[in-house]
Structures are given as structure tokens and as C-alpha cells.
Design a protein around this ligand. Structure first.
Ligand code: AMP
Ligand code: MG
Length: 475
């Protein structure tokens, strides 16, 4: 089977100032880590051909496949609140786009593909660690129903790269996304006063992501709604993204950039993992507020397109961004009702949900397992101190009695039995780095079937000494 990728590249039809056209930098000796066969099929690509030497050469960036239009995208962004006028794909090359079997346009991008015009001081590479992490976590997120970029493949490069930890094996991830357009892509042009480009980008995004949106204002409203749903999904899983810079805020509402991300073990509202997030800017409970802040930056870029009258434009954009809190709260409430097995609605459900979370924090409960065990009446088993849970419980039981019992099926398809916990991801990475892919394969199989009962042990929080307290940016 020869490798054929049915490319149809719309981004490359935008003007030259949107990107720098260039191919990936070849690597010494490509080796296969994994091809995602199901995703390949969705994209209309033959998985066996991807696994062949010719496919491997494409996935490593050694060969440009027919029909590709490789380029590095330009973007800017606020990183930890500080403005950076030029970021861009410093270690990624967009090969092109395909329209998948369901008619959805998807980007195919090589991450870790070598230096580009946007690399600044970086080497343009990735090591096996962040590639394995992104593969595991993005595929788990997808399996849990969260909008996300996907992993089509991972390969090693046969080259050694240098990081703080020392020399490490290089790797390339093939990332699939509904696009790679970020709030920071809009900011790049808005900051240059390039209104024509902002308008072209807005049109491109409307057609691509929100065909029902007929104006810049409707585009803004659609992105606000998509982000509200996305953040509620994260909160429902105890997921901490860790680096919610505007360049990592996807306008299509997908989770993008799995750098220092983590799922919480023991619940703590203000939990932070990232080694560089000193102020807790991207802490668990800060995420909704940060999303709104990012959306305000997006709205600012769109102002000239919303109305000719500046004041009116500001008023309309402000109103659209102010829709975030109620939309987010509605999505959060729906999610946590489902987690608690509530299929009816009562006024007090919001405080019932928040009080459980407070009890979990006070009782040092394991986030994933406490929710999962709720349907079997065993949540208390995952509390270090059960008293706060027992104090909350009678109200919950009375609430359940009023609706005729918990909707257990709803709970068990909302509360995953497993998430890729940090210590498990780290163990899979350590093994992969020394050439053993079996732990990665095992963990991948479990976390991509997250609502089934896992093989014994996979649901366990880290034992003493196994905990991961800090995560690092995926460079
Ligand atoms: P991230 O932290 O992944 O969101 O990346 C932020 C910016 O740094 C983006 O412009 C990346 O392309 C760039 N970057 C990150 N790592 C590297 C690297 N190893 N080489 C070149 N650029 C990089
Ligand atoms: Mg990024």
C-alpha cells in the first residue's frame, strides 16, 4: 500500500504573511513509537502505509508527502499575562489539511520537526517525554469526550537533544486538530494594525469552525460558548492545563498544548503543578477566570470588525465576553449534576456540588476515584478523612430520594474510572526513554477506555514516594 494523504490545504491559500513556507528538518534515523490506526482511518489514510518506511519518513519529517504544503504558522500571545508580539510555530510544521470521512477539515502537523523561522533560541525539537505525554493525555481526553487535538503518530528521531536534565532521545508527534488557530493568531495581526488580515482570519475561522456565525460578533459569541463548555469539561475531570496563554487558547474550542498539564490526584481547589507557574495564575480554580481573560483579548482583536462605531463595538464585545460566566456556570452545573447522578434540577444543586468539593478538599479525597465511587455509595473510601463527606451525605441522600434514586448509568459514563495520572505518565515516559514501549502501550489502552473498569491497579493514586509534585513545559 502506498501512502496517500488526501490533502486539501486552505490555510496555505491565505496570504504569505500568515506563515513561512518551509519543510521539516530531516532527522537521522526515524523509529516508530505508534500510529493511531483508528484516527488514520477517520482521516482516510492507510495505517499500514503510515507504518511503512515511506510513512515513517513522512512522520519524521524526512519526506514531504504528495499534496502537502508544509509551513510554520505565525502567531503572538500573552504568556503568563506578558505580551509577546511574535511566537509562531517554533518547533512545528503544518503539513496540510484533510477533509475527514465525516466531512470535517483537520490539520496534520508535525511537532518537534526542527528549527523554523519562529524558533528564536529553541532547537525546534521535542524529546520522547512530552511526545508520549501528549499522546497519552490527548487521546484520553478524546476518549472522555473532551474537545481536543489528537495524536496520529509518534516517532523517535535517532537523534539526541539537550535539555536541562541532560541528553535525551528526540521524537516527533503528529498532531491532528480542527485547526491550529489560536487567540494569539488574531493578536499577531491585530497588534500590527493589519486589519485586512484580521478580517481574513475571522472569515476563515467562521467558515471553518462556526459556519452558522454570520458576523465577527457572532464569531466571538461562538468562541465564548465553546470555551465555556471546554473549561467546564476540564473542571469536571480535575484537569489542570497549566499554561493557558492566549497562544494556547484554541478558537475552535479544543484543548491544545499538553505541556505541564496534569490531572489532580487529591483534590485541592488551588492546585498548581507547573514548575513555572509561581503565582498560581493557571491553578485549577483559576481556569474559568483565565479563559474569560483570554476571550477579552480575542474580543479586543475583533473590535474593528464588530461595528464602525467604536463605542458601540466595545459595548457589544463586552456584552459577548460577559456571557462567559453564565454559560460556564450552566455547563459546570450540568456536568456536576451528571457526576452526582442528578437527572432532575433543583435550585440548591449548585451549592450541593460546591459543598461536596469543599468536603473533598477538607477530607483530602482523590478526585477521580471519589466521584467514580459515588455511584456505588463508596466515595468515602477515597477520603483520607471521611468526616466532611459524612457531614455532606445526608443532604445528598435526601436530594436523591426526591428524584427516586441516583442515575447510576449517567454517573458511570460521566465519571471516568481512570485518567492518565502523572506518576503513570512519568513511568511510561521513563520506560519509553530507555526503549521499552510496553508501559506506554498498556497505559494508552486503559486510558482510552476510561469508563470501563480498568485492570487492577490502574485506578490507584500514587503511593507514597510516587507522587509527582511538579510538571515541566513540554519542550
Ligand atoms: P508552548 O510553551 O509550547 O506553548 O510554546 C511557546 C512558544 O515557544 C511557541 O512559539 C513554540 O513554538 C516555542 N517553542 C517551544 N519549544 C521550542 C523549541 N524546542 N524550539 C523552538 N521553539 C520552541
Ligand atoms: Mg503552545
Amino acid at each position: 500500500m502506498t501512502l496517500q494523504i488526501p490533502f486539501d490545504n486552505s490555510y496555505g491559500r491565505l496570504p504569505e504573511r500568515f506563515y513561512v513556507r518551509q519543510a521539516a528538518v530531516p532527522v537521522r534515523a526515524p523509529g516508530l513509537i505508534k500510529v493511531n490506526r483508528a484516527l488514520a482511518a477517520e482521516l482516510g489514510i492507510d495505517a499500514e502505509a503510515l507504518e511503512s518506511p515511506a510513512g515513517l519518513a513522512v512522520l519524521a519529517g524526512n519526506r514531504v508527502p504528495e499534496g502537502a504544503d508544509p509551513l510554520a504558522q505565525a502567531y503572538a500571545g500573552h504568556q503568563f499575562g506578558g505580551w509577546n508580539p511574535q511566537l509562531g510555530d517554533g518547533r512545528a510544521i503544518l503539513l496540510g489539511e484533510v477533509v475527514d470521512r465525516a466531512g470535517r477539515r483537520r490539520d496534520i502537523q508535525l511537532k518537534g520537526a526542527g528549527r523554523t523561522a519562529f524558533s528564536r533560541m529553541g532547537d525546534g525539537r521535542a524529546w520522547v517525554g512530552p511526545v508520549i505525554r501528549e499522546y497519552l493525555v490527548s487521546e484520553a481526553m478524546h476518549a472522555m469526550g473532551v474537545p481536543t487535538t489528537r495524536a496520529l503518530a509518534a516517532v523517535t528521531t535517532g537523534e539526541t537533544i539537550l535539555r536541562e536534565q541532560g541528553p535525551l532521545p528526540g521524537a516527533v508527534l503528529t498532531r491532528v486538530a480542527s485547526s491550529h488557530i489560536r487567540v494569539g493568531t488574531f493578536q499577531y495581526f491585530a497588534a500590527r494594525g493589519d486589519l485586512e488580515a484580521v478580517e481574513m482570519l475571522a472569515d476563515h475561522v467562521r467558515k471553518r469552525h462556526y459556519p452558522g456565525a454570520e458576523s465577527a460578533l457572532e464569531l466571538l459569541e461562538a468562541v465564548v460558548a465553546a470555551q465555556a463548555r471546554l473549561i467546564a469539561d476540564w473542571m469536571g475531570l480535575g484537569f489542570i492545563h497549566g499554561v493557558m496563554n492566549t497562544d494556547n487558547c484554541h478558537v475552535g474550542g479544543e484543548t491544545i498544548d499538553y505541556g505541564p498539564c496534569a490531572f489532580m490526584d487529591t483534590y485541592q481547589a488551588e492546585k498548581v503543578f507547573s514548575s513555572i507557574d509561581h503565582g498560581g495564575r493557571y491553578a485549577y480554580d483559576a481556569q474559568p477566570g483565565i479563559a474569560a481573560w483570554n476571550l477579552a483579548q480575542f474580543a479586543t482583536c475583533l473590535l474593528p470588525l464588530i461595528d464602525e462605531d467604536r463605542d458601540r463595538s466595545v459595548a457589544l464585545a463586552t456584552e459577548a465576553v460577559h456571557r462567559f460566566p453564565p454559560l460556564y456556570e450552566a455547563a459546570f452545573l450540568a456536568k456536576f449534576r451528571a457526576k452526582m447522578g442528578l437527572s432532575t434540577e433543583e435550585e440548591d444543586d449548585w451549592s450541593l456540588a460546591l459543598d461536596l468539593m469543599q468536603a473533598m478538599e477538607d477530607g483530602r479525597a482523590d478526585f477521580t476515584n471519589a466521584y467514580r465511587a459515588l455511584s456505588a455509595g463508596k466515595a468515602q473510601d477515597w477520603f483520607t478523612d471521611r468526616a466532611p463527606f459524612e457531614a455532606w451525605r445526608p443532604r445528598y441522600e435526601a436530594r436523591l430520594a426526591r428524584q427516586g434514586g441516583a442515575d447510576r448509568a449517567l454517573m458511570d459514563r460521566t465519571n471516568p474510572a481512570v485518567v492518565p495520572r502523572n506518576h503513570q505518565v512519568e513511568a511510561a515516559i521513563a520506560a519509553a526513554a530507555s526503549g521499552d514501549l510496553a508501559p506506554f502501550e498498556r497505559l494508552l489502552a486503559v486510558v482510552t477506555d476510561p469508563f470501563a473498569e480498568p485492570p487492577a491497579g490502574f485506578e490507584l493514586p500514587p503511593a507514597e514516594g510516587e507522587e509527582v509534585f511538579r510538571t515541566f513545559c513540554g519542550t
